[in-house]
Design a binder for this molecule. Structure first.
Ligand SMILES: NC(=O)c1ccc[n+]([C@@H]2O[C@H](COP(=O)([O-])OP(=O)(O)OC[C@H]3O[C@@H](n4cnc5c(N)ncnc54)[C@H](O)[C@@H]3O)[C@@H](O)[C@H]2O)c1
Length: 254
């Protein structure tokens, strides 16, 4: 059997990255572009800065303003990918929503919003890309959970419930789509020094607090997560699927 080698990287592979405007999503776009991927970047907010960063790296990119919980917006993102680049090889489904609330004060609206952005968006987006990946006999899907699912962090019942759902979805779908050359894996991300986290009065003190609890005593950077995403997206990673990969400096060890 021929084992795919690394030399080709992601040259000419087409990747959709959702939640691409800021933070980890922007780092993923830059990393995938460095590997040669062509990008469709989707966000409910303006992702012009990400587009500019990718172009600066010499990457091909098209930007779509889209709410990934809306089936018609998701269809538009997928149609743009096909019309512009002809295929979809990689889906990096990164959109997320984070809030802290004691369970007894949590509104149903916030519970529902968290589940919608985390899980409904996966339903629509993955359903949309699968027929294209199946036709091509190739696909790499990467989803995002959180290390809080292992840590049992308080005030996050809504968030942890949704992020556990991402793991279940990923494991089960992997068993359905492996025969088509499609892999799906999830990354449990630790507290990461994105711009939003650094700017947040609530989150930035946590960054300092969590470093001594890590096995590696430095902040997780978006580029750390991006390296894992680039690896999972490679053709050479085709035997890895249904996995949950914890990237948090070793806070959660199991
Ligand atoms: N940064 C961390 O410390 C951390 C920790 C654990 C898990 N994660 C996960 O990693 C992913 C990215 O994290 P981040 O910190 O960069 O997030 P972020 O909140 O800084 O950015 C999320 C992006 O998703 C976009 N988005 C939100 N809802 C959307 C929707 N309905 N449609 C389209 N776009 C939408 C936002 O506009 C934003 O650009 C998320 O899934 C998050 O849950 C992050």
């Amino acid at each position: 059997m021929q084992i795919t080698r690394f030399e080709r990287g992601l040259r000419d592979r087409v990747a959709i990255v959702t939640g691409a405007a800021v933070g980890n999503g922007r780092a993923f776009c830059e990393r995938l572009a460095e590997e040669g991927a062509k990008l469709v970047i989707a966000d409910v907010e303006d992702a012009a800065a990400t587009e500019a960063a990718v172009r600066e790296l010499g990457g091909e990119v098209v930007r779509v303003r889209a709410d990934m919980t809306s089936p018609s917006d998701v269809e538009r993102v997928i149609a743009t990918a096909i019309e512009t680049f002809g295929c979809i090889d990689i889906l990096v489904h990164n959109v997320g929503h984070y809030s802290e609330e004691p369970f007894e004060l949590l509104s149903y609206a916030e519970w529902k919003k968290t589940l919608d952005i985390t899980l409904d968006s996966i339903f629509h987006t993955v359903r949309g890309v699968l027929p294209h990946m199946k036709r091509a006999g190739f696909g790499r899907i990467i989803t995002f959970s959180s290390d809080t699912v292992w840590l049992g962090t308080p005030y996050l019942t809504h968030y942890v419930t949704a992020k556990m759902g991402v793991i279940g979805f990923t494991r089960s779908l992997a068993a359905e789509v492996g025969k088509y050359g499609i892999t799906i894996n999830t990354v449990t991300v630790g507290l990461t020094a994105t711009q939003n986290v650094q700017n947040s009065a609530m989150m930035s003190p946590l960054l300092e607090h969590i470093i001594p609890a890590q096995a590696v005593h430095r902040a997780d950077e978006p580029e750390d997560i991006a390296n894992v995403v680039a690896f999972l997206a490679l053709p050479a990673s085709g035997i890895i699927t249904g996995q949950t990969i914890n990237v948090d400096g070793g806070v959660a060890r199991h």
